[in-house]
Write a protein of this length. Structure first.
Ligand SMILES: [Zn+2]
Length: 701
């Protein structure tokens, strides 16, 4: 059952009042619904909904981001449908049809989900019209996105998009009028056609580069004179249309809507995905030969002695071929599944799963799983429970991490490998701390020979990636230092850093104790979760080591409270901690379409209440608009809103003398040694990077 508050501080009811599903419902309805919600937290990569599984009600995404995909029943190919963000709901189709879910939803980041049981959904649908209306609106919007249903303005305007008309009527387009030119604007209906009606040949298909066909899900259908008809899954996608217009500038082109199924079949019929593989190999991604793969020294040392080798050379070579084939295709995931006919290997490339053309005999299944487990240091004798691990490898000039997870199935273990680039994910500190003051404070703390730097935030706030960026900067600035990183699991590979993974039986505190004997200058502890680790980390910081660690805490004050609750004494905290930074992620406004407008009075009131604006001020503030570059969302990427505290001798004295956290931090603020979320949010708004609503959320936490 969902409580009235969660760790983030915002009441569930407050959140629901902003969600797509319930925002038009009365507070009394929301208050009644709240106690009946089932709350669950899921890690990145978890499946929230599996296509074909029975409906279990409607869920609202409380935190995180997820992607819904259609999975082809026979080929298993998956096509991304839409991205679900905080406040979006899913499971509505299954709940309404009382049938199995038609799509699969996977968490892109750690997610928190609030679920309503089917009985609750039905009761609300029967009694609360606003609720039913919200479901209907969402379905209609999604249908438009799929290009199957056409929205027609009740009084079709001569120009402008029907989607933006004030009171659109919803209807399924059944007639098939002549196709329209996309340059005429979106007001006219777009016909829905089937590719087979046109039987396009290779010459017509070849009018558009394969890359664009796959990227925009657009298929040239018919060329008559100078007029080319293009079938698109999303016929109103402005950015796609703009690019097609640019590429097809020698012809007049017209668009028609086609279904996703139809598109997928066309791609298969013309073997366009195979062409794509060859193309990308030529273009940008170097072909990687199986012989060039070098696994981490530490990993290969784990391999048992020759005499007790568990897998033959044939299997070792097969695994290398699979990995090399995946990397050559720029795959993000490798799926290896035992089947009756053989080992099925699939690669996810640009979001879509493709079968590997090569087949491996069924007898290889156990050997392949065992080989991968040896490389990742997993227990090869355990085939009954899921296991997770990582394999570090070098392929040519690329340093990579393969994150492995195994899942026992009826035919043996299914193995999924996720591919991570080693250093490519590291962002420079300038990108995380965009204002000079914060950047300077962080750099100063990193220059010190000792002291503890604590990076805090909620789950999914990007705190570990900030920790790595800090370590990387320190390592670059002072390459002579001995850096040791202890984490669980190892998330990125850092050149020049000794990385130790914590596992069952070897916890943070034990590794930390051993690490102290290795004479490190810098010690990074992935996350401090227990009292012993916290105390040892702070003690190390007091004895000549620079210590970096991350913690789960919402602001600077909570970091101090958390350390005290982990049994660190006041004196230890005061002496050891040198810098605390807490971050919250917000959406970054799209720089190409952001606009400055005076905020509406109600919004201004909220901003004034949070001291992000002054009452009566006529100042214009940035707001999202939407353009082709940002897929009409108004946002591009994300940005960290930070709060930091630089610990001074005065603060140490006050803290050690028993002053309250509030007093210590207030004095730090006056001395400009503390920058709050509010300061940073105001700065980012002034830079037009943060919109007003995102600023309010970041400040409220
Ligand atoms: Zn934009």
């Amino acid at each position: 059952m969902a409580g009235h508050d969660d760790a983030r501080g915002e009441a569930v009811e407050e959140f629901l009042a902003k969600s797509l599903l319930l925002r038009e419902c009365d507070a009394t309805v929301i208050a009644k619904v709240t106690p009946h919600l089932m709350i669950s937290e899921l890690p990145a990569g978890a499946t929230l909904v599996r296509a074909g599984s029975p409906s279990d009600g409607i869920s609202i995404l409380r935190r995180g981001r997820a992607t819904a995909s259609l999975v082809h029943a026979t080929t298993g190919a998956s096509t991304p449908l839409e991205t679900l963000n905080v406040g979006d709901h899913f499971g509505d189709v299954g709940a309404l049809t009382r049938a199995a879910h038609p799509y699969t939803i996977v968490a892109d980041e750690p997610c928190v989900v609030l679920r309503m049981k089917p009985e609750l959904v039905e009761a609300l649908m029967a009694r609360v019209p606003q609720f039913s209306l919200a479901i209907a609106r969402r379905l209609a919007a999604r249908a438009v996105q799929l290009g199957v249903i056409t929205l027609r303005a009740s009084s079709a305007p001569a120009t402008g998009s029907a989607l933006r008309a004030p009171t659109p009527a919803i209807g399924v387009e059944v007639r098939r009028p002549a196709p329209v030119s996309p340059s005429e604007g979106g007001s006219a209906a777009i016909p829905f056609v089937e590719v087979s009606d046109f039987e396009p040949g290779a010459r017509v298909i070849g009018m558009l580069p394969t890359k664009l066909i796959l990227q925009h899900r657009a298929v040239p259908l018919r060329l008559q004179g100078n007029r080319l008809l293009v079938g698109m899954v999303l016929p109103r996608h402005a950015a796609a249309l703009a690019e097609l217009r640019r590429v097809l500038h020698t012809v007049d082109f017209e668009v028609a809507a086609i279904s996703l199924e139809d598109f997928a079949q066309t791609v298969q019929r013309f073997k366009l995905d195979a062409v794509r593989g060859a193309e990308s190999t030529r273009d940008s991604i170097a072909v990687i030969s199986p012989e060039s793969l070098a696994y981490d020294a530490a990993d290969s040392e784990r391999e048992p002695e020759k005499g007790v080798r568990v897998v033959g050379d044939e299997v070792v070579r097969a695994v290398n071929r699979v990995v090399a084939a995946a990397l050559s295709r720029d795959a993000s995931d490798i799926h290896i599944e035992p089947e009756a006919a053989g080992v099925k290997v699939r690669f996810r490339v640009h979001g879509t799963l493709h079968d590997w053309s090569e087949s491996l005999p069924p007898s290889f299944a156990r050997g392949i799983a065992a080989r991968l487990k040896v490389l990742s240091g997993l227990d090869i004798t355990n085939t009954r429970t899921p296991q997770d691990g990582r394999i570090g490898l070098t392929a040519g000039s690329r340093e990579l991490d393969l994150r492995i997870s195994t899942l026992p199935s009826s035919r043996g273990e299914k193995v999924v490998l996720r591919v991570f680039e080693g250093s490519g994910m590291m962002r420079p500190l300038e990108q995380i701390f965009s204002d000079a003051g914060s950047l300077g404070a962080v750099r100063k703390a990193l220059q010190r020979p000792h002291g503890a730097i604590i990076v805090a935030g909620a789950t999914g706030s990007g705190k570990s990636s900030t920790l790595y960026s800090m370590l990387n900067e320190r390592r670059r600035a002072r390459p002579d230092t001995n850096v040791l990183l202890i984490e669980d699991p190892i998330e990125y590979r850092l050149a020049g850093v000794t990385q130790v993974q914590v596992h069952a039986g070897l916890g943070f505190s034990q590794v930390l104790r051993a690490a102290m004997r290795q004479d490190p200058d810098v010690i990074a502890v992935g996350e401090t979760r227990d009292a012993e680790t916290a105390r040892m980390a702070l003690e190390a910081a007091m004895t000549g080591h620079l210590v970096l660690t991350s913690m789960h805490a919402n602001d600077v004050g909570s970091v101090l409270q958390r350390l005290e609750s982990l049994e660190c004494g006041r004196t230890l905290i005061a002496e050891a901690v040198s810098f605390v930074v807490v971050q919250r992620l917000a959406r970054r406004l799209c720089p190409s379409c952001v606009r400055l407008d005076p905020p509406p009075p109600a919004l201004l009131e909220s901003l004034v209440a949070r001291r992000l604006a002054e009452r009566g001020s006529q100042v214009a503030l940035p707001r999202p608009v939407g353009c082709d570059l940002c897929q009409q969302t108004g946002y591009q990427g994300r940005i960290a809103v930070v709060e930091w505290w630089q610990v001074t001798p005065e603060a140490r004295d006050a803290l050690a003398a028993g002053a309250s956290h509030q007093d210590v931090l207030r004095a730090a603020g006056e001395a400009r040694m503390l920058q709050t979320f509010r300061h940073n949010a105001a700065y980012l708004m002034a830079r037009k990077a943060l919109g007003t609503s995102e600023a309010l959320m970041a400040v409220a936490g």
